[in-house]
Design a protein around this ligand. Structure first.
Ligand SMILES: N[C@@H](CCC(=O)N[C@@H](CS)C(=O)NCC(=O)O)C(=O)O
Length: 242
């Protein structure tokens, strides 16, 4: 049995949900509560970060390693290009998405969303333990402070993250030049990785969260400024994320 230990809100976890769904694999999700996840994650995989998958008494963490494991273990509906050059290009761009997009999307989004507990608490607790909404609401001021500290989220760092993210989106847009796929003519792990890392900015159907109609400011304005270049994310979700 395949299990995915995750946070529903996390875009790294969405990357793995998408990979599992794309590969049509049967799996169960175990939704952990942010801040209360550490002992479970460490017991499973030695580190606190999710996503983690378990399969046949084995635990794999780190989204890129998980996709490699899934493709090696379940070769049907592959996400890794077969052509050696395409494969390397895909892995390089995936690394760019994981390192140069994911953390900045998170910082920019949380900088606004953490000021709106009524919006973000349901995202932290959806389909989790029954006591989750009560616990996270009660602990929210402490949790928010801890998250801001751990992820270095403040006004100055959010401004820098906006600049970084804008440059990363420009780089993606320039690479695609109107094409749908990053590498070759086929959907692969790189498209999935880049689109997942940008998805919280686009609020696509299929992510699994009940997104608000629009984001509060200043996030709404930032997202609006990128909307044309982010249209590709929604297109990929429509085509490949049922
Ligand atoms: N490089 C990791 C990053 C995963 C990551 O940053 N996970 C965050 C959620 S978005 C997390 O688990 N944070 C809590 C923690 O590290 O304890 C991957 O690709 O899986």
């Amino acid at each position: 049995m395949l299990s995915l230990y995750q946070f529903p809100i996390s875009h790294y976890c969405e990357k793995i949900r998408w990979a599992l769904d794309y590969k049509k694999l049967d799996y169960r999700t175990v939704n952990l509560l942010p801040g209360f996840h550490v002992s479970t994650a460490k017991k499973l995989a030695g580190r606190s970060s999710v996503p983690i998958i378990t399969h046949n008494d084995r635990a794999v963490r780190n989204s890129s390693d998980i996709i490699t494991y899934l493709d090696e273990t379940f070769p049907e509906h592959p996400l890794t290009p077969v052509d050696v050059q395409h494969r390397q290009e895909a892995l390089d761009w995936e690394k760019f998405a994981d390192r140069e997009i994911g953390p900045y999307t998170r910082r920019v989004c949380y900088h606004t969303l953490l000021n709106h507990p009524s919006l973000v608490v349901p995202f932290f607790t959806v389909n989790g333990p029954w006591y989750g909404p009560w616990l996270i609401r009660a602990m929210f001021p402490v949790l928010r402070k801890k998250m801001r500290k751990l992820m270095d989220i403040n006004e100055a760092s959010a401004q820098i993250a906006q600049t970084h993210l804008t440059q990363a989106v420009d780089k993606v847009y320039a690479h695609l030049q109107g094409n749908t796929y990053f590498v070759g003519e086929q959907f692969s792990r790189v498209d999935l990785a880049v689109a997942s890392m940008l998805a919280p900015l686009c609020r696509p159907n299929g992510y699994g969260l009940d997104w608000p109609q629009s984001y509060p400011e200043p996030l709404a304005q930032f997202v609006a400024g990128l909307s044309e270049k982010l249209a590709w994310v929604n297109l990929l979700y429509e085509r490949h994320r049922s």
